[in-house]
Design a binder for this molecule. Structure first.
Ligand code: DX5
Ligand code: ZN
Length: 213
């Protein structure tokens, strides 16, 4: 299992320290939650802060956009050369066009599905993307309870992916911990995002990441 800790649960007063800790602690990606106060009822960070994150990180960035006007935000973050930019299918009128734009910038495109959105909604986009991010909480906040219907959704998505694009990865985001990670792995998940579990672990971030792996 690959692990992408969400820096949303880091101490923003010591952000560089907390980003370095997860990279040294064995994470695979650094998950960055960008919220605009419109698509979700929370507001987080822009390119000025994410630039500082990129400088502190020795692992690639995984930027999760929770915004209106995705294309504008892609332009803002592309110069930071993240590995992935993911955007919500619920918010995009022209997902195919935006996927091509992200790829043309040398970044891996990924699609995000809210808890209610069926995997079939992206059936005809699967050949064009490198990852699907399934939300297992409602986007906007860390520390929420895992929504278990994502397990059935993962299995259905896996069938579609095997047919359309077997190299496409499945990432799950929200409420992930050392109790539910095994079930996620069995359902076909490749990468888990974890915020409060990693940064809130009593034995530190490295132990938390190792327990998820
Ligand atoms: C929620 C974010 C998540 C969140 C995960 O909108 O996309 O990445 O930070 O936090 P936990 O692991 O605490 O649910
Ligand atoms: Zn996220």
């Amino acid at each position: 299992m690959k692990v992408a800790p969400s820096i949303l649960s880091a101490d923003f007063g010591h952000l560089a320290r907390d980003v370095t800790a997860i990279c040294k602690g064995g994470c695979d990606l650094v998950h960055v939650d960008v919220m605009d106060g419109h698509f979700v009822p929370n507001l987080t960070i822009g390119p000025v802060v994410v630039d500082a994150v990129a400088k502190a990180a020795s692992k690639p960035l995984d930027i999760h956009l929770m915004v209106e006007n995705n294309s504008f935000f892609v332009d803002l973050f592309a110069p930071l050369k993240p590995e992935y930019i993911s955007f919500h299918i619920e918010e995009e009128k022209h997902p195919h066009r935006l996927i091509q734009k992200i790829r043309s910038l040398g970044i891996r495109p990924a699609l995000v599905l809210n808890p209610h959105t069926p995997p079939e909604s992206i059936d005809f986009l699967l050949e064009d993307i490198d990852m699907v991010l399934l939300m297992s909480v409602n986007p906007g906040f860390g520390g929420q309870k895992f929504i278990s219907s994502v397990l059935e959704k993962t299995k259905r998505l896996k069938v579609l992916i095997d047919k359309r694009n077997p190299d496409c990865l499945i990432e799950v985001d929200g409420g992930v911990n050392d109790q539910n990670v095994k079930t996620l792995a069995k359902a076909g998940v490749d990468i888990v995002v974890a915020g409060s579990f990693v940064y809130g672990h009593s034995k530190g971030v490295a132990t938390a990441i190792a327990s998820l792996k």
